[in-house]
Structure formats: C-alpha cells, structure tokens
Ligand binder design. Structure first.
Ligand code: PMP
Length: 396
C-alpha cells in the first residue's frame, strides 16, 4: 500500500540548516533557524535550568503519570507569569491551565477544542504568520482565513488589519501574537491593542493569543500587556504559552494552554473537554521541562537568576538590532532599515526579496529564510560589518 505514497519536500528551515552545515565558507552566518544564539553562536542550557535540574535529580520520587492537565503547581506558576500575580481573572477563578508539549502542543489542543466544540468557527491568522500555524489548524480540520498584517513596503499595516477584523463574522477565532511577532518582528502598541480589544468585544470574536516569546521583547511583564488586556476585559479568551525560548527548554517540550471563561462554572466545563482532547492526543504531557520551570518560578533565588538570564537574552537581541542599523549607516542604509530597531523578538522581516536572499547565500554564505525573515540572534558583534556590506551589495 505504501507504493502510492508521495514524498513531500521537508521543512524549508531544516534544508537551510543542512545547507549551512555543508557550506565550507569560513565567513558563513546563519540567520535562519529559530532558536536563540549567544555571542558564541550557541544555544546553551540556562544556568538557572541546570540548578533546577540538579535539585530535581535529588528530589524526584516518581515517574508515574502526572495527569492530563499536568502538574498543578507548574500550572499555577504559569498562570501568574502570563496573567500577572494580581490578575482579576485569577481572583475570579475563571482561568484553566493545562500543561502541554510546548507551545505547539497547546496550539493543537486549542485547535482540536475549536474543531470539536465550536465547529462553525473559522480561524483568522495574520498574513504573514508562523508557517506551523497553518499546518496545525489544517491538521485539526479548521477552516482558515487571513487578516493583513504587514504591508508590501514592509511595515505593520494596522489600518488594514483593523478594517479586516471589523468584518470577521461573529463567533470566529482570531489568532494574535502576544509579542515578538513571528516572522515579522512587528508588534502592536498599547493603543492598537486597545482597538483590537474593542473590536473583538463588539464583534464577539474569540481571541487565541499565541505567547511564545514572553520576555524577549520589552520584558516579562511588558510583553504580557496585550494578553492581559484581553484576558481582563473579555469573558472568553484562549492563550497558548511556551517555555521553549524564555527558559531555553526547546527540546523538553514545555508549554501551557490557558482557557479563560466567563465564570468558574463554565471554565470547569471547558477544562473537562480539554482533558479529553489531551488524553486522545498524547494522554499526559512530558514532565521534566515543567518540573524545571516549577522549581525556578517557586524559588526566589532561582527565579531572580532566571529573570536575569532572560534580561541578558533580550538585551543582546535588542542591542544587536541597534548595532546592526549602525553598521548599515556607512552604506547609506540606516534609514531604509531603521525599522529593525523598532521590531521586537528574535525575528525581523528585512524586506529583502527571495532573489536577494539567494544572493546573500550564494555570494556571501549568509543564510536566511526566503521570505526575508532573519533571526537577529544569529548575528554577533564581529559579523555585523560583514553582513551589512553583503546587504549593501545585494540591495539596489
Ligand atoms: N508560536 C510561535 C509564533 C512560535 O514561533 C513557536 C516556536 N517557533 C511556537 C509557537 C511553538 O514553540 P514550541 O512548540 O517550541 O514551544
């Protein structure tokens, strides 16, 4: 029966990783893959994580199942990290949290919930968005629509986004990036979040807020502004949180699905459905990463150390953004690329065309996705001039 199975092309990013590895050019720069890199080009285990793991090695007593919703202590810690320790939503007991295999696992739970419990709802994704959003919602069998987000001249097109949101049918789901929009790096400001809240409320839409980069934009609290504004002021919302980036736990698959309902009673109903969805997908979530996060967030010293490490990652990205625009100045390009300083998170839409991206790879061994998305964390101080020179020679 397998004779008829067609081979499909692999993930474009995986191809890019392979091509980068094979490239013998000593000057090569990898701006493709979506993980944080330190000044040495590495993605190390955080020191706070190492310490938490050492403690767990001593204190862990069982490998028995943890249940479909995962570790309740981890759940409480994530709720207060995401919604804020003094959140009115928590005071009203109307938020349910479910530990998930990464942010991706949380998105899939949300998708399956929408498909089975809100079968008439379509989901609206920003154009562009993280390509896996499309894959996840398609796999769950949900009909997908797009709202504009980035204009042809590579800036946030909020007017077009707002006009589109105004026309979305009541009851549909809108996926919003809480911060550090992937792939563009363009985020909403406070006023724009307020406008989104007004529209979502008036038009009775259900927001699904993908929060994969808390702490990578302007700070752990600042990055939560949009998610909290919506959670505090709407009866219903869905938030997917990921510990992959801010705890550097990528391969431990650690995330959470937060379901916010009008009251505690309705929240418990929704929660019971999520437990079934989780059970049917993978039964119980992996435990280790969440145990690490729980250890860190529940210990004042470890937590302070972790917060400093997050600040270190964020500051590195934001100063690279700044320094990169400076490095473009001698080529007369600092105005043209000034937006790189305003973008947030690891990714930047550079506005470079697929042809220009190809030339960067072929002529300079600089690798990025053909959409022109660059991982800023792939830069380093000693490569800025090289990359700036290369860009200057491929743009008109
Ligand atoms: N959402 C967005 C926008 C992302 O960029 C990512 C990671 N690339 C995720 C969700 C999921 O991350 P993970 O499953 O690794 O936690």
């Amino acid at each position: 029966m397998f004779e008829r199975i067609e081979r499909v092309p692999g993930d474009a990013i995986l191809g890019l990783i392979e091509a980068f590895k094979q490239d013998p050019n000593p000057e090569k720069v990898d701006l493709g893959v979506g993980v944080y890199r330190d000044a040495h080009g590495e993605t190390p285990v955080l020191a706070s994580v190492k310490k938490a793991e050492a403690r767990l090695l001593e204190s862990e007593r069982t490998k028995s199942y943890i249940g479909s919703h995962g570790d309740p202590e981890y759940g409480r810690a994530i709720l207060s990290l995401v919604l804020g320790a003094d959140s009115p939503v928590l005071a009203d007991d109307r938020a349910s949290v479910t530990q998930s295999p990464g942010g991706t696992g949380a998105l899939r739970l949300a998708a399956d919930f929408i498909r089975s419990q809100l079968p008439n709802s379509s989901i609206w994704l920003s154009n562009p968005t993280w390509p896996n959003h499309t894959g996840i919602f398609e796999a769950a069998g949900i009909s997908m629509e797009r709202y504009p987000y980035v204009s042809d001249d590579n800036r946030l097109d909020f007017e077009a986004m707002r006009d589109c949101l105004e026309r979305i049918p009541e009851g549909d789901v809108v996926l919003l990036h809480a911060c550090c929009h992937n792939p563009s790096g363009f985020d909403l400001n406070h006023e724009q979040w307020q406008e989104v809240l007004n529209i979502v409320k008036r038009r009775r839409l259900l927001p699904l807020i993908d929060f994969a980069y808390q702490g990578f934009g302007d700070g752990l609290e600042a990055d939560a502004h949009g998610a909290r504004l919506l959670a505090d002021n709407l009866d219903e919302a869905i938030i997917t949180s990921s510990c992959s980036k801010n705890f550097g736990l990528y391969r431990e698959r650690t995330g959470a699905l937060i379901m916010i309902a009008r009251d505690s009673e309705q929240m418990q109903n929704v929660r019971s459905q999520i437990a079934i969805t989780a059970r049917e997908n993978y039964s119980n979530p992996p435990a280790h990463g969440a145990a690490v996060v729980r250890e860190i967030l529940s210990d004042a010293t470890l937590r302070a150390e972790w917060e400093e490490e997050v600040t270190g990652m964020r500051d590195r990205i934001n100063s690279l953004r700044h320094d990169f625009v400076e490095a473009l100045a001698p080529h007369g390009l600092s105005d043209r690329f000034a937006f790189i300083r305003e973008q947030r998170g690891m990714f930047s839409y550079t506005g470079l065309s697929p042809q220009q991206v190809d030339r960067l790879r072929d002529e300079f061994a600089i690798y990025m996705v053909r959409s022109g998305r660059a991982n800023v964390a792939g830069l380093s101080a000693d490569r800025l001039d090289y990359v700036a020179r290369a860009i200057a020679s491929v743009v008109d």
